[in-house]
Unconditional design. Structure first.
Length: 202
């Protein structure tokens, strides 16, 4: 019973997100430079398993386009709005691939994976599910399929708006450390071979 409990505990730890090492993107336009305003040449960024942050600002003359490349076997599980300002709604949308094919003012919603508008009051909200259920968009359930996505952030107000997103990435592929933990758990759980004690002859 004890061995089974130890195996279950080790397996749960090995498969939990906390078992993976923490490494993430923390991009800020103030310190890292302005994000691209060209949908055909977005800023290319690589994210890691865990939480990744992008912080920027937009207005009616300065849109932001950036492409996120996920690790192999990973998927996007949440986009948490961590900061937002502006008197009007800020617009967020995305597509699969390394470019954004739709232009402002004439975007065909049917070519978007999803879109959403958000306000200051939405801070702390997971925008991914809103994106996935957007009307007329391609849409998705839970997580979008793919390992490369290009995002468009826009604001029609001349006063502009600031934003900060937390992109949470998870992996379906166990890390080498995970395999080691599972192997140790199996070794604990398996009964040891004991040499039988010979019985005395009658």
């Amino acid at each position: 019973m004890l061995r089974s409990s130890l195996f279950a505990s080790a397996a749960l730890f090995a498969l939990s997100p906390s078992a993976a090492p923490a490494a993430f993107l923390n991009y800020n336009e103030v310190s890292n430079g302005d994000l691209s305003s060209n949908p055909l040449v977005p800023t290319l960024l690589s994210v890691e398993i865990g939480s990744n942050f992008i912080e920027g600002s937009v207005d009616y003359r300065d849109r932001d386009y950036f492409t996120l490349t996920l690790p192999v076997g990973a998927h996007l599980t949440a986009i948490i709005l961590r900061a937002s300002s502006g008197s009007e709604a800020t617009f967020l949308s995305f597509q699969s691939g390394s470019t954004f094919t739709e232009l402002p003012g004439g975007a065909d919603l049917r070519n978007l994976l999803g879109y959403a508008s958000f306000f200051h009051s939405d801070i702390g909200t997971d925008l991914l599910q809103t994106l996935g259920s957007a009307s007329d968009a391609i849409g998705f359930k839970d997580s979008p399929a793919g390992e490369m996505f290009t995002f468009w952030v826009d604001q029609s107000n001349p006063g502009g708006a600031n934003y900060k997103f937390e992109f949470i990435i998870a992996s379906d592929i166990p890390t080498p450390g995970t395999f080691a933990i599972l192997a140790a758990a199996v070794a604990i759980a398996l009964p040891r071979n004991r040499r039988a004690t010979p019985k005395p002859l009658p």
